[in-house]
Write a protein that binds this ligand. Structure first.
Ligand code: C2E
Ligand code: CA
Ligand code: CA
Length: 560
């Protein structure tokens, strides 16, 4: 005799109590056929169930919490009846006839008669929609950024990990773009945090509306966009450019209009890395480089470039010690007059590195400039060159390269004076090589510095002439003593007519202004002949002598 019999059972009062319950309740016989259901069960089913029908009609189609369909014999109620034990702790979803899903917890319990024989089952279905919604809100809060509503970096990481797995299976490429608004800190300082937040929200909105992509906020003012990488698009550059133009529309805040610019660093799966951390790091490295280049820049990750960057950082880290321990040496390259006599030597810095061998100044001078060590390095070179020159019997010149940063700092004339006094070198024998840039950036100041240096009696050479701004106006305004024709012109003397014309013009210009002209990078007898014919005052290059340590040139300098 099934419990309650039917809806019209003798214990009507119990049925009416159960009908008041907000939870669905039903009872079956030992085969799982419905013998009773309450009002909530009918509502749960989404249609009127029938006594005698399989219990299956109440929960309709059953899904696990992960959304997999459950076969009938694995339904908790079927298991409870088959195994004659209550089932607890399961969460499932019922798919309603209209396609909606209700998350619920079933409590199927087998029923036995006095002799311990299974006579049926009882099930209570508790709707847990509200709890699930609350859980989702909490999960959203921990996965979404509170300000912009975009997924945060935790959500990004799990998305990216999943996306990489899928890309692996399906042979896809991915593009990870790290995006950073330019000068956001200044914007915040200038307009206040509320407007700064407004800009971030606007950027998030623009990012979120780019179709087929996943946008996230990494933190602070940095965003990440993940998209499928269409290989045709110039290795991702075109895709990144489209994103940049979508983001760079003006930001309108009330009546104010602000220009927006962003820098971007991009990395690709699988070329640059096949892990989410690797891709994010690579895109970050590219972004850092983009940021050093100014505004609105896009950089694709480039392994070789990163290696060079790492090398520069490594050099920078060890440079101070190298200066202090004397690992920075000078080589000297001779300069000759047309008659073959020596005029002087250019001092060129060399770093004898314990593991890398001799490191080129083209690598460590920029590292010194970036690392704030150029003043120390410059002072060391100047001192060493002057000390060396006073040991020569012949009163030859020594030329020392001066970095634009060293020139811009006010200390140079003072340092030169100090070194001249300290070493006793005749100022006429010292030549400082500067580049055109120093005269262009702040010409009044450059003029003052050059005048002070000239007042000390030292010579000033303009290095790499022809490669920079080559404005003629400063040539007669500034107190220069020497022009050095850049080696790129000398190298193409026999190749292009322009090189011939430019070299000839520089020599004539120098002479017209009473300035000596030196050609550097002379490698062939033809170049030398041409320069001498054109009246170039002196020449320097591998043909005539490579940069070597001072001892190698003792026969020319006459030093002991
Ligand atoms: P730079 O002042 O133009 O120096 C001439 C460079 O050309 C030197 O390279 C020299 O070795 C090279 N060179 C000389 N003759 C020839 C030739 O016939 N053919 C070719 N292809 N090259 C030739 P290095 O020594 O590697 O120096 C590179 C640059 O590093 C220098 O260019 C200079 O700008 C900078 N530098 C070197 N020493 C110092 C220094 O003590 N202080 C500063 N601030 N810069 C330095
Ligand atoms: Ca030079
Ligand atoms: Ca040069």
């Amino acid at each position: 005799m099934p419990l309650l019999g039917s809806r019209a059972a003798d214990n009507d009062w119990l049925a009416s109590v159960l009908d008041q319950l907000p939870a669905a309740v039903y009872v079956t016989d030992a085969e799982g056929r419905l013998t009773y259901f309450n009002r909530a069960a009918a509502e749960f089913a989404g249609r009127e169930p029938r006594i005698g029908a399989d219990f299956w009609c109440i929960s309709h189609r059953l899904l696990t919490r992960d959304g997999e369909h459950l076969p009938h014999d694995q339904c908790p109620m079927a298991v409870a009846l088959r195994e004659a034990r209550p089932i607890r702790g399961i969460e499932a979803q019922a798919e309603r006839p209209d396609g909606s899903c209700i998350p619920f917890m079933p409590f199927p319990t087998p029923l036995f008669d006095g002799g311990g024989r299974l006579v049926g089952g009882f099930n209570l279905l508790v709707d847990i929609s509200e709890r699930k919604q609350a859980e989702k809100r909490i999960a959203d809060l921990s996965c979404n950024d509170a300000l912009t509503g975009l997924p945060n970096r935790f959500a990004l990481r799990s998305y990216l990990a999943e996306r990489i797995e899928r890309a692996k299976r399906e042979g896809e490429s991915l593009l990870v773009m790290r995006i950073d608004p330019d000068r956001f800190k200044c914007f915040n300082d200038e307009y206040g945090q509320t407007i700064g937040d407004g800009l971030l929200i606007e950027l998030a909105k623009r990012l979120g509306s780019i179709e087929g992509t996943f946008a996230a906020r990494m933190g602070a003012d940095e965003f990440v966009l993940v998209s499928r990488h269409s290989l045709g698009g110039e290795h991702g550059v075109l895709q990144a450019e489209q994103v940049r133009s979508a983001l760079q529309a003006d930001f309108i805040n009330g009546t104010a209009r602000h220009a927006v610019s962003v820098s971007m660093g991009c990395a690709r799966y699988p070329q640059d890395s096949d892990s989410e951390t690797g891709l994010l790091d690579a895109a970050n490295a590219a972004l850092r480089l983009a940021k050093t280049e100014g505004r609105s820049r896009i950089r694709m990750f480039d392994f070789a470039e990163q290696e060079r960057e790492r090398e520069r950082l490594d050099l920078r880290a060890h440079l101070r010690q190298a200066i202090e321990t004397g690992a920075i040496l000078l080589h000297y390259q001779p300069q000759f007059r047309a008659d073959g006599s020596v005029v002087g030597f250019e001092a060129l810095a060399r770093w004898r590195h314990p593991t890398r061998g001799v490191v080129s100044p083209s690598l460590f001078i920029p590292a010194a400039e970036e690392g704030g060590l150029i003043a120390a390095l410059g002072a060391h070179v100047l001192r060493a060159a002057c000390r060396e020159a006073v040991r020569w019997k012949e009163p030859l010149r020594v030329s020392v390269n001066i970095s634009p940063l060293e020139f811009a700092a006010d200390a140079l004339p003072g340092l030169v004076e100090e070194v001249l006094i300290e070493t006793g070198l005749d100022p006429e024998r010292l030549e400082l090589e500067i580049t055109e840039g120093v005269m262009v950036t702040d010409s009044d100041r450059a003029m003052a510095t050059l005048s002070r240096l000239r007042a000390l009696g030292v010579r000033i050479a303009l290095d790499d002439f022809g490669t920079g701004y080559s404005s003629l106006s400063y040539l007669h305004r500034f107190p220069l003593t020497t022009l050095k024709i850049d080696r790129s012109f000398v190298a193409t003397l026999g190749v292009t007519l322009e090189a011939v014309a430019i070299t000839r013009a520089i020599i004539q210009l120098g002479h017209a202004l009473g300035i000596e002209v030196v050609a550097e990078g002379v490698e062939t007898p033809e170049q030398l002949d041409f320069l001498i014919c054109e009246g170039c005052d002196s020449t320097q290059g591998y043909l005539l002598g490579r940069p070597l340590d001072a001892a190698a040139y003792a026969p020319l300098t006459g030093s002991a």
